[in-house]
Design a protein around this ligand. Structure first.
Ligand SMILES: *[C@@H]1O[C@H](CO)[C@@H](O)[C@H](O)[C@H]1NC(C)=O
Ligand SMILES: *[C@@H]1O[C@H](CO)[C@@H](O)[C@H](O)[C@H]1NC(C)=O
Ligand SMILES: *[C@@H]1O[C@H](CO)[C@@H](O)[C@H](O)[C@H]1NC(C)=O
Ligand SMILES: *[C@@H]1O[C@H](CO)[C@@H](O)[C@H](O)[C@H]1NC(C)=O
Ligand SMILES: *[C@@H]1O[C@H](CO)[C@@H](O)[C@H](O)[C@H]1NC(C)=O
Ligand SMILES: *[C@@H]1O[C@H](CO)[C@@H](O)[C@H](O)[C@H]1NC(C)=O
Ligand SMILES: *[C@@H]1O[C@H](CO)[C@@H](O)[C@H](O)[C@H]1NC(C)=O
Ligand SMILES: *[C@@H]1O[C@H](CO)[C@@H](O)[C@H](O)[C@H]1NC(C)=O
Ligand SMILES: *[C@@H]1O[C@H](CO)[C@@H](O)[C@H](O)[C@H]1NC(C)=O
Ligand SMILES: *[C@@H]1O[C@H](CO)[C@@H](O)[C@H](O)[C@H]1NC(C)=O
Ligand SMILES: *[C@@H]1O[C@H](CO)[C@@H](O)[C@H](O)[C@H]1NC(C)=O
Length: 708
């Protein structure tokens, strides 16, 4: 574990008096301030606000490594293909697959429309807004030429402080993100500034949709001719306009000392800002779709960042596991604190982010609706509903029209929520994308938790969410297929389970999805009852007659017909989805599930014996932790899943992907906080109401509520 310098800035004192909790949160948070003495080639140190994240190398900027500046608002389309008949999104027709005897149209890449299919997958993609780095006169300085490198991130104020020596000069850099905007504020101090040896550069990459994963750096830095920039200068500011195909956005740079910005250096989009005489340079950089922006100065942004982060730490819920000094407890505390920081930076935007967060572009920067619950529900559970509502207040509402359309086209009722998404509400073509179903009940869980945690606004929530709840459940009920010969409703085929490795045309009635369908329809029915409205008969009929959970060897199989659940590596090297029914979901209390403790225990036993957890990743471990706690009453077991050896967080808290997905993998962080909230607040029917951590840890928790 990494415990770094205790860093105290004067500005903190202004707001710290707001503290009223018993736990000394400031001291605990700061205990885990990351420290680096060299850049990591894999992960940046970040500042940000959920709307924008800025990844820095050891200089506090992007001097040697072009880490990214990603936002929740800037997206780019490459030009459409010119292939005859494939020049418009409307030329994409997908594929028809037989689904219970009828052809259903799925948004899947069509080999006869390969170019437009691929365009739909890769566009729009999230834009790396640019690069801000230190400029050295003469140019040939590398990180190896710096001495005494030191970098600290003060989690309690959001201020990153970096310093080093170069050519006999000390350089110090403070980097801060302004809350609620896409602005960074920077303060440089060095003799090298006044001697003309040091400045700052701004640069721009070109985006195209060639790579599904662009990590750790996003965009093409060599394609100078494919895009244009221009600068408009004033005395103490400049606006750089960046045009990439149809996209235009602006960078406003404001500086406080006397300084001047250059034109673009030859054959580049690189602009250099240099002070005239001063040993300091304070400036702000704002990225925006508008050319006119109002920007506050460095000191004011330092103050607002300090106030914002102090409020974040002092006013949400809190867990203190440090009292015993147990090293596992301290490591878990480190993961909690750093995840809280990084999720506010990466996951709290208008749209929740790609699985790699606003750190780099996994999946072209698109977001996956089945992961939304792990990216973001923790904000509500930790007392930061405002951060969740930045996306939840509109996302399902915005996507309702395209989701109604998708369902109608496919011959189902209600709203069929998409999967790999962008702000247009489209779902990217893909076999798995179009056949995965477990994203479908999520809005019901979101709505239920809003209702549960907001006793004073229940009446309005019931009305606000009624259409989403109804549209969601209508789809679920009509998607379940009445099997006349067995007299029950089947899920699939074709479909993909949570474990995306089963043959879609023969995957029927997976354990997890059957349980989630019943759970979801139960929540939707309860919603109608609360509104005093009749529960649609179709919902009840489906709930009462969904296929039973499939068994194999006295345990819950992954899906009906998967007689090889415990031997097929395609299954045992993927998500242990059946265990999610009693842990994340409240198995025994799901209406009509006919849950059997004996069968579940056997499932746990066989999973332990046959699963190769080396291949598990991210949210698997927090979900296993909830299973241990809820179904086995095994708190020690839960903790060991949260600290399992292939579930790692690096020195700055970035969630390591593992063998299957790239780093960072933010559903790992979000689900960690989900599981910790579950242990801290307990759950309906828990054996006791206290927090569920090892008693020897003497855990203290503040603010949590029991979960479903
Ligand atoms: C830099 O940090 C690493 C570990 O993070 C440490 O092992 C090393 O000694 C440090 N080097 C210096 C020069 O401080
Ligand atoms: C990209 O193109 C799609 C389809 O034409 C359009 O709906 C979307 O608004 C465009 N997005 C951007 C950011 O240009
Ligand atoms: C599933 O069935 C459809 C026909 O309904 C077929 O086109 C498709 O290739 C099959 N998929 C797989 C993975 O076998
Ligand atoms: C995208 O950029 C890469 C270089 O990074 C290039 O190889 C590729 O051809 C480009 N794709 C398109 C569609 O222009
Ligand atoms: C830049 O444009 C050229 C010509 O259209 C194209 O071949 C190349 O792939 C583009 N580069 C990138 C990085 O997209
Ligand atoms: C730390 O706590 C864990 C979990 O309760 C326990 O297994 C371990 O033995 C403890 N370590 C020490 C050194 O007490
Ligand atoms: C109906 O259910 C039975 C039992 O699961 C299954 O074998 C059969 O294939 C189903 N019928 C159809 C047409 O899917
Ligand atoms: C595992 O999945 C692959 C790819 O779909 C398939 O070719 C293979 O037959 C499967 N193996 C087993 C044992 O089902
Ligand atoms: C309930 O489950 C048990 C064992 O899991 C099974 O024996 C029984 O037939 C099931 N009952 C119904 C009504 O499905
Ligand atoms: C589990 O998978 C790893 C590779 O990720 C492999 O090295 C190991 O042998 C496997 N273990 C078992 C028991 O199959
Ligand atoms: C299931 O396992 C739990 C935890 O080990 C145990 O307490 C319970 O008695 C078991 N139930 C059955 C029916 O075996």
């Amino acid at each position: 574990m990494i415990v770094s310098n205790y860093l105290l800035t004067t500005s903190v004192l202004l707001v710290a008096s707001a503290t009223c909790s018993k736990i000394n949160r400031e001291q605990i948070v700061r205990q885990f301030n990351p420290h680096r003495n060299a850049s990591s080639m894999d992960t940046p140190m970040q500042v940000g606000t959920g709307h924008m994240a800025f990844g820095a190398d050891v200089t506090g900027l992007q001097t040697f490594l072009p880490f990214n500046i990603l936002s929740d608002w800037c997206w780019h389309n490459s030009s459409l293909p010119t292939t005859p008949g494939q020049t418009e999104p409307s030329d994409f027709t997908g594929l028809n697959w037989f689904s219970h005897g009828r052809l259903v149209n799925y948004e899947q890449p069509n080999p006869a429309e390969a170019d437009i299919s691929q365009w739909m997958i890769g566009n729009p993609h999230r834009v790396n807004l640019g690069r801000v780095g230190l400029w050295f006169k003469g140019g040939d300085v590398s990180e190896d030429d710096l001495a005494s490198k030191s970098q600290d991130l003060d989690l309690y104020t959001g201020i990153m402080s970096s310093s080093f020596w170069v050519n006999g000069h000390k350089v110090s850099v403070q980097t801060i993100a302004e809350p609620d905007s896409s602005t960074i504020a920077v303060k440089l101090e060095s003799d090298a500034l006044s001697s003309g040896d040091l400045g700052v550069f701004f640069d721009y990459p070109y985006m195209n949709a060639t790579n599904k994963f662009e990590a750790p750096f996003v965009g093409n830095w060599d394609a100078v001719k494919n895009h244009t920039t221009s600068v408009k200068k004033s005395r103490s500011s400049a606006v750089i306009t960046h045009n990439e195909d149809a996209l235009t956005y602006y960078t406003t740079v404001n500086w406080e000392e006397q300084a001047a910005i250059s034109d673009a250096l030859p054959n580049s989009h690189r602009y250099v800002l240099q002070p005239k005489r001063s040993k300091t340079l304070s400036f702000t950089v704002t990225y925006s779709p508008q050319s006119e922006v109002h920007v506050r100065n460095y000191a004011s942004i330092e103050q607002s960042s300090t106030a914002w982060w102090c409020d974040y730490w002092e006013n949400g819920n809190f867990v203190d596991l440090t009292a015993s000094g147990n090293s596992s407890a301290i490591e878990l505390q480190r993961r909690i604190i750093l995840s809280q920081y990084l999720l506010a930076v990466n996951s709290a935007g208008k749209w929740f982010p790609q699985e790699s967060g606003l750190t780099d572009n996994g999946w072209y920067g698109k977001f996956h609706l089945e992961m939304y619950i792990f990216h973001s529900l923790h904000f509500l559970l930790w007392g930061h509903q405002d951060l969740l509502m930045r996306s939840l207040s509109h996302l399902y509402f915005d996507f309702l029209p395209t989701s109604y359309e998708r369902a109608a086209k496919q011959g189902w009722d209600g709203a069929h929520w998409g999967k790999m998404s962008d702000p247009t509400g489209r779902s990217a073509p893909g076999e798995i994308n179009s056949l995965l179903i477990w994203q479908q009940p999520h809005p019901l869980q979101f709505a239920e938790y809003l209702y549960r945690f907001n006793p004073s606004s229940r009446e309005s929530l019931l009305h606000e969410w009624e259409e989403i709840v109804t549209a969601t459940a209508d789809f679920m009920a009509s998607y379940a297929w009445w099997n006349a010969s067995s007299g029950r409703y089947d899920l699939g085929p074709p479909m993909y389970t949570v474990a995306e490795t089963t043959p879609p045309n023969s995957t029927r009635n997976p354990t997890f999805e059957l349980a989630y369908w019943r759970f979801g329809l139960g929540l939707a029915s309860q919603w109608k009852e609360r509104l005093g409205k009749p529960v649609p008969a179709k919902w009840t009929h489906v709930m009462d007659n969904l296929a039973p959970l499939p068994h194999q060897s006295g345990a819950y199989a992954l899906y009906e017909g998967a007689l090889d659940t415990w031997t097929n590596p395609n299954i045992t090297e993927d998500h242990p989805a059946s265990l999610m029914i009693n842990g994340w979901l409240p198995g025994p209390s799901i209406p009509g599930l006919n849950y059997s403790e004996e069968v579940f225990n056997k499932t746990v036993e066989l999973t332990q014996q046959t699963w190769n957890f080396t291949y598990s990743f991210g949210w698997d471990f927090p979900l296993l932790a909830m299973t241990s706690a809820r179904s086995m009453g095994d708190v020690e077991g839960a903790i060991s899943w949260l600290l399992f050896d292939v579930f790692q967080f690096d020195d700055v808290g970035m969630p390591i992907g593992g063998s299957r997905v790239p780093t960072p993998y933010f559903p790992g962080s979000g689900s960690l906080l989900f599981a910790v909230a579950f242990l801290a607040g307990g759950w309906d029917g828990a054996p006791h109401s206290g927090p569920h951590f090892p008693t020897s840890w003497r855990a203290q928790v503040e603010g949590f509520h029991p979960m479903l």
